[in-house]
Design a protein around this ligand. Structure first.
Ligand code: UDX
Length: 464
């Protein structure tokens, strides 16, 4: 199939590369010439597992890059829209990029094409795209608008695409359905998985991959409702963690107990400093705005967002509880990305917390395996420096703060940390360590939803 993907951000670039991997001829279009030049030069602008492999495999063959939407869409059977839908002033999604793509596409139709919404958009967006195409002169029988939401998580996006839990196609005609089914056939008939060069499997992925066909409206809602539900799970467990703290219970045990009920499940029940990223915060706000527009006040979502904000403030209080006053304190901060495995800092609770700590007068030495460059752009260099390793960050610090769940942080050498920190105080916003182990190593340890470990803190005996 000839496919155009509009947008070369996380979603667009991953979708384009994976569609090329499935054997389609893909052109990825972006109006940012610098980004396209980088991609044409064979560089990979984002940190995403397997993306570089796919681009090396298909670059210049199954996948090409262009700045001209009209040229690349002319022969396409499907055009995937994966442009940004940032949050507008009222919390609603700003769909102006989607609208300009539709305006431009109207002059590119030549035969029949399916326009596929891949970005997360509010319900009824497909109707608007259709109207915009019409008033810009595209004949009614020359296109269809469909919704094919993505459920990719950053860091595992390639494998999520190629080994999905389900594929949702929201279509209002059999003609559009047939094209989308054909695009995903290598996954639904399993032929992709028989190829010797397939990208390594995602554990637990269903086979055959279920394909759910719905109306376009339902598919648009599936995406918003899925993200809202996951965010709700996180805020729910954060609220439970707060009660655990109040009564001295252990949230890990509570999670095990509730998560082993199959109806609830264990995943997305990790308490911490709250969710962030380019999706959950924006999508919850947009879904709440959509509900309001439809005449329904979805107050549950407002509460999910409130708990999420509060979680950061509670963490700041924990830091104060551990250190008393903050002005002039030297803090080692491990983690800047909104979650482990990515260099993305959009809506990162770690960045929000660092800003709060700087406001309190702290001096920060931060480390993140992938997100330091991006963080430096938004946080600057006043009272914050960036270290080359977690140990360099921790050296002579008054306390160590863990803000992102990078797996390598959980493997840190505790003995070494104990020696190089000025005071053995660790405040863990991601519950990466076992409190008993921290106690054994002589740390004062504060985490989320679990009893504090209070050992008399003495200045490190050994000066490194
Ligand atoms: C999310 C959805 O999972 C994905 O399906 C959708 O397509 C895009 O949005 P992503 O933003 O990449 O993906 O990250 P995800 O792994 O879902 O984590 C989101 C946030 O929730 C992160 O800040 C993470 O740290 C936090 N989180 C996640 C928790 O605090 N606790 C959990 O148990 C799980």
């Amino acid at each position: 199939m000839q496919i155009t993907v509009v947008g070369s951000g996380y979603v667009g670039l991953v979708a384009a590369s994976c569609l090329a991997e499935l054997g389609h001829q893909v052109v990825c279009v972006d109006n940012d010439d610098r980004k396209i030049a980088v991609l044409q030069a064979g560089q990979v602008p984002i940190h995403e597992e397997y993306l570089a492999d796919l681009l090396a495999r298909h670059g210049g063959k199954n996948i090409r890059f262009s700045t001209s939407l009209t040229d690349s869409a002319r022969n396409a059977q499907a055009v995937f829209i994966a442009v940004g839908t940032p949050q507008g002033d009222e919390g609603d999604a700003d769909l102006s990029y989607v609208e300009s793509v539709a305006q431009e596409l109207a002059s590119a139709v030549n035969g029949f094409m399916v326009i596929v919404e891949k970005s997360t958009v509010p319900v009824f967006t497909h109707d608007w795209i259709r109207k915009i195409m019409h008033i810009n002169g595209a004949p009614a029988d020359s296109f269809e608008v469909a919704s094919n939401p993505e459920f990719l998580r950053e860091g595992t996006a390639v494998r999520d695409f190629l080994y999905p839990d389900r594929i949702v196609i929201g279509v209002d005609s059999e003609r559009a359905a047939a094209i989308l089914r054909e695009i995903y056939r290598p996954l639904t008939d399993g032929s992709y998985y028989e190829r010797p060069d397939h990208i390594p499997e995602r554990l637990g992925a269903p086979r055959p991959v279920p394909l759910i066909q719905t109306s376009a409206k339902s598919a648009e809602l599936i995406k918003h409702a899925s993200n809202a539900f996951l965010a709700m799970k996180i805020s729910f467990i954060n609220a439970v963690a707060n009660i655990c703290e109040a009564v001295g219970a252990d949230v890990r045990q509570v999670c095990e107990g509730i998560g082993s009920d199959e109806r609830i499940g264990r995943r997305f029940l990790n308490p911490g400093i709250g969710y962030g990223g380019s999706c959950f915060p924006k999508d919850l706000s947009a879904f709440s705005a959509v509900a309001h527009e439809c005449g329904y006040e979805f107050r549950l979502l407002d509460e999910v967002m409130r708990i999420n904000e509060e979680q950061r403030v509670r963490f700041l209080r924990k830091v104060k509880k551990a250190l008393w006053t903050l002005r002039g304190k030297k803090l080692a901060v491990l983690g800047l990305a909104f979650k482990g495995g990515t260099d993305d800092i959009r809506e990162s609770p770690a960045i929000a917390l660092i800003r709060m700590l700087l406001k309190e007068g702290c001096e920060i030495r931060a480390y993140d395996p992938a997100a330091m460059e991006r963080a430096r752009e938004v946080l600057g260099a006043e009272r914050i420096t960036y270290a080359d390793s977690p140990y360099e960050a921790a050296n002579k610090a008054d306390a160590l703060l863990l803000l992102t769940d990078w797996p390598e942080f959980a493997k840190l050498d505790l003995r070494r940390l104990r020696t190089i920190l000025a005071y053995p105080i660790v405040v863990d916003g991601r519950n990466l360590f076992d409190p008993a182990t921290m106690a054994e190593h002589g740390f004062q340890y504060y985490s989320v939803g679990r009893p504090d470990v209070q050992v008399p803190a003495r200045k490190a005996a050994v000066d490194p």
